[in-house]
Write a protein that binds this ligand. Structure first.
Ligand code: TYM
Length: 326
């Protein structure tokens, strides 16, 4: 059985980009693979967080994992900082990563932009991500397109260490969906939908009210051509709406183009509101049941134990290869 690992940062409410690019895959994979899903709280402190809010956000993400359909009987759900192996392996990998390759990471460049000085943790962030993945002998990493470069770095590190120290790590592969691997911002379809963009109307959060969803979609940036056609280059706004629609409805983009032939953007947007509201309603309902339950805490405690049981022998093997300890 293949092993799957992925993680989400507890830095605010998840949006439909996180869901369509990552979480939806998490759910489908749990029936065919051994899945480990992590709330990566140590990643989130690469930029300052309010400690009280962070604790809440950790539970929000864990509850959302379950609300979208991850079943803790099938998959492991846990919090990164509860398993010490992540920090331990992070250091060993950091000693094998080059500053040159880290300085080429586009996400670091974006996040560091405009700051007077960037925390070293932000620079080393992709190494911690590699540690998360390699700690579990992971085969498959389901993620959105924005994580491609980080997965490549993880593979490079694993191969580099295997070559130097002998077979140590499983070399993982990224897994990306067809529709939804890069959901763009509704107000600016040339940049990706993000948790931290200042304009609330740029995204649809999984817990948004129907009225907010309607407002954001009806205001979404399109173009003046008035033709519903998928063309990322020339029609990024309409193409983004078609991708979201396709990912939620299961219809292909071609089917949607045919369905809306000769119609205006208003109809497409109106229907997309309905499709989105209907897709999110059961998630929101389940979230409310789980978020403040004892079940959530028990799932995370149990998950940390199960994750640790997998991580410990891997760490033992890694230390042995490097000659660390007695
Ligand atoms: P994060 O928390 O930013 O995002 C969580 C997941 O959502 C995907 N995603 C998107 N997919 C499609 N369209 C978008 N607009 C969009 N925005 C985000 C991300 O690709 C991700 O899959 N570094 C990771 C967290 C991480 C991780 C890991 C992931 C840490 N360790 C180990 C996998 C394995 C991150 O910041 O994701």
């Amino acid at each position: 059985m293949k092993r799957v690992f992925s993680g989400v940062q507890p830095t605010g409410n998840l949006h439909i980009g996180n869901y369509l690019g990552a979480l939806k895959q998490f759910v489908t994979l749990q029936d065919d693979a051994e899945c480990i899903y992590c709330v990566v709280d140590m990643h989130s402190i690469t930029v300052p967080q309010d400690p009280k809010l962070l604790k809440d956000h950790i539970k929000d993400i864990a509850a959302l994992y379950m609300a979208v359909g991850i079943d803790p009987k099938k998959a492991i759900i846990f919090v990164q900082s509860d398993v010490p192996g992540h920090a331990e392996l992070n250091w060993i990998l950091t000693c094998n990563a080059y500053t040159g390759e880290l300085s080429r990471m586009t996400q670091f460049k974006q996040k560091a932009q405009g700051r007077e000085s960037a925390p070293a943790g932000l620079f080393c962030y992709p190494v911690l991500m590699a540690a998360d993945i390699l700690l579990y002998d992971t085969d498959i990493v389901p993620v959105g397109n924005d994580q491609k470069q980080h997965i490549e770095l993880t593979r490079d590190l694993a191969i580099r260490i295997n070559n130097k120290y002998g077979e140590t790590f499983v070399v993982p592969e990224g897994r990306f969906v067809k529709s939804g691997a890069r959901v763009m911002a509704l107000d600016d379809p040339t940049s990706k939908m993000s948790k931290s963009a200042p304009n609330e109307m740029s995204r649809i959060s999984l817990l948004d009210e129907p009225s907010k969803i309607k407002k954001a979609i009806m205001r979404a940036t399109t173009d003046s051509e008035g033709v519903i056609r998928y063309d990322i280059e020339n029609k990024p706004g309409v193409s983004n709406l078609l991708s979201i629609y396709s990912a939620f409805s299961g219809k292909t983009v071609e089917e949607l183009e045919a369905q809306y032939q000769g119609q205006g953007y208003g109809n497409l947007k109106k229907d997309l509101v309905e499709v989105t509201v209907n897709a999110l309603a059961p998630i929101q309902e389940r979230f409310k049941e789980i978020r403040y339950s004892d079940e959530l805490v028990n799932v995370l405690k149990d998950g940390a134990e199960r994750a640790n049981a997998i991580a410990e022998p891997v760490m033992k093997r890694v230390k042995e290869r490097f000659g660390l300890g007695l």
